[in-house]
Design a protein around this ligand. Structure first.
Ligand code: ASP
Length: 325
């Protein structure tokens, strides 16, 4: 009888000891960071800058693996079912919260499948068009869409991606549906926009800053409350006529649920340190974004954000009645 009492106790003590030991030596080998969108795009860029700084601090490489498709849900599903040992992580943005409702048959429960590490950045988005699109301002674009919208196309990174969400909000704001063209990330969207194969997209500054500055695309508005210091001529959507139009792509890093708390803590403190790094700050600023405040780069802040954003978007998506599956 006693054996049956002692064995579980010994097992629990052993498991706790092993978990502390593994957290102490963590990371002992390279970490994989899953990016659920195409290489060279908005999320990928944020991931690479952050991973580089974190890997210096952790003393192990962080290898980026682009796990593409289905608006970021394929990469998220991979992370959800990965071994919870701190060696497989996920970076994702606001789309993880909209996908929770847009997809009715996800193989993971968005609110509980992950051990959040912390928020990384809240990237502004920009409404941009192919270089030869006739309108030269947001007001002209809205008028142009009223006449030509049926023939136009709006590129996005798949149903549930940030660009898809921004596109849906934009179409609702201008009261006109535009055909959406889904890609596996905004890097290929950008290529096709520059090549004049599609008309419009809405994407994070982390992907659009270069093409806007080089005039490879037409820029119409920024989707946050204030203009960007580096692009003072670009109006906010709100001041250019789309009152209240505001969306930004918050990004966070997640581990699978069940990852030892000591490892989560180590990753969170490393993320906080990385976000204070002057080189990282400069590289973020160069792409018109900035690291979140230190108290946001925490598991609690990311969990709160994730849960509140799933709840915030769910009724709107349900009312819209369009689902991805
Ligand atoms: N950020 C993009 C989006 O969600 C995807 C990407 O990073 O390529 O639209």
């Amino acid at each position: 009888m006693r054996r049956f009492v002692i064995v579980p106790v010994v097992a629990a003590v052993l498991a706790a000891t092993l978990s502390i030991a593994s957290a102490d030596s963590y990371p002992a080998r390279p970490i994989t960071l899953l990016v659920p969108f195409a290489p060279g795009g908005a999320t990928d860029t944020v991931a690479r800058v952050t991973a580089q700084t974190m890997s210096k601090l952790l003393g192990q490489p962080i290898i980026i693996e682009n796990a593409l498709g289905a608006g970021g849900t394929i990469g998220a599903a991979r992370a959800a079912r990965a071994e919870p040992d701190g060696y497989t992580l996920l970076i994702h943005h606001i789309g993880i919260s909209t996908a929770a409702t847009l997809y009715r048959h996800l193989p993971y429960d968005t609110k509980t499948a992950f051990a959040p590490i912390g928020l990384v950045t809240n990237a502004p988005m920009t409404i941009i068009g192919r270089p030869d699109l006739p309108p030269n301002s947001l007001q002209e674009l809205v008028a142009y869409i009223q006449v030509n919208g049926d023939k136009m196309t709006f590129g996005n990174a798949g149903l549930g991606a940030a660009s898809h969400l921004c596109g849906m909000l934009f179409m609702a704001a201008v009261n006109k549906q535009i055909v959406g063209i889904p890609y596996k990330g905004n890097a290929p969207v950008m290529n096709d926009l520059i090549a004049k194969q599609i008309d419009l997209t809405c994407d994070q500054t982390t992907n659009t800053t270069g093409p806007i500055e080089s005039k490879l695309v037409k820029s119409y508005a920024i989707t946050i409350k204030t203009r960007l210091r580096s692009m003072p001529a670009l109006p906010t959507a709100d001041e250019a006529g789309l009152q209240g139009f505001e969306v930004a792509a918050w990004h966070g890093i997640y581990a699978p649920k069940g990852t030892p708390p000591e490892i989560v803590k180590k990753l969170a403190t490393t993320l906080q340190e990385a976000l204070r790094d002057p080189d990282l700050v400069k590289r973020f600023n160069d792409i018109n974004t900035e690291p979140v405040e230190q108290d946001q780069a925490t598991p609690e802040a990311l969990r709160d954000m994730l849960v509140s954003e799933v709840d915030r978007w769910a009724p709107m998506i349900k009312a819209n009645g369009q689902f991805a599956d």
